[in-house]
Ligand binder design. Structure first.
Ligand code: FMN
Length: 201
């Protein structure tokens, strides 16, 4: 038995929180830009993520279509493939990671973990308000550094877009296929692994 809420929802083997099941990474977006209050809610959700020594190593660089110069500067940082669909998103941003602890300036091996947690909170908050987030590794770190003047000790970690899910038919054919394909995950318990033994029920 699977639990399914819309065509792109995760077909989970057990019920999970709505926002987790509904979240996915679209490439087609409607042009509507998130309002200021909605954006603040998303970044507020990220702000309250747990982090090692409460170091909060995440920073965000955010551009929207409302500022075409900043938006095209951000777009120029993406790989050609990502730029080809992200160009139609209303908001393009980067998460930047502080590499050291603030209290002693020593390297923080957990910064990446903390940034991931903050991004997960942002994504789920966005999803709960009807906004989709698509994270990307395909961009030039150096170009982000140059374009936005990212200082030493900070590392551009991921790019991401935020928008309302759009019509897959607006995408080029190769993307359209991906956009509508069945979403897959590894099995929860795989043969040969020592899983947790649960009673049926
Ligand atoms: C760190 C990270 C990097 C990613 N990089 C890209 C990317 O460069 N381009 C892209 O189209 N999707 C990218 N994705 C999205 C993944 O491909 C996507 O999350 C995965 O296929 C699962 O699909 P779902 O998010 O719809 O469940 C990235 C996701 C993460 C978390």
């Amino acid at each position: 038995m699977t639990f399914n809420m819309n065509s792109r929802s995760a077909r989970t083997s057990q019920p999970v929180m709505d926002v987790i099941a509904r979240r996915w990474s679209p490439k087609a977006f409607r042009p509507e830009v998130p309002g200021k209050g909605e954006l603040i809610s998303m970044f507020e959700a990220a702000r309250w993520a747990p982090s090692c020594f409460n170091n909060q190593p995440w920073r965000f660089l955010v551009t929207t279509r409302n500022d075409p110069e900043a938006f095209s500067g951000a777009l120029a940082c993406l790989t050609e493939k990502n730029a080809s669909w992200a160009a139609n998103a209303p908001l393009l941003a980067f998460q930047v990671m502080r590499e050291t602890f603030e209290y002693n300036e020593k390297p923080n091996p957990w910064s990446g973990f903390d940034c991931g947690l903050a991004m997960a909170q942002l994504i789920l908050q966005a999803e709960s308000m009807g906004w989709s987030v698509h994270v990307m590794a395909g961009f030039s770190r150096d170009r982000v550094r140059e374009t936005f003047g990212v200082p030493e000790g900070f590392k551009p970690l991921v790019a991401f877009v935020i928008g309302r899910e759009g019509d897959p038919d607006t995408l080029p054919p190769h993307f359209r296929e991906e956009e509508t394909a069945t979403r897959e995950r590894k099995e929860l318990f795989r043969a040969g692994t020592r899983g947790i033994h649960l009673e049926e029920g």
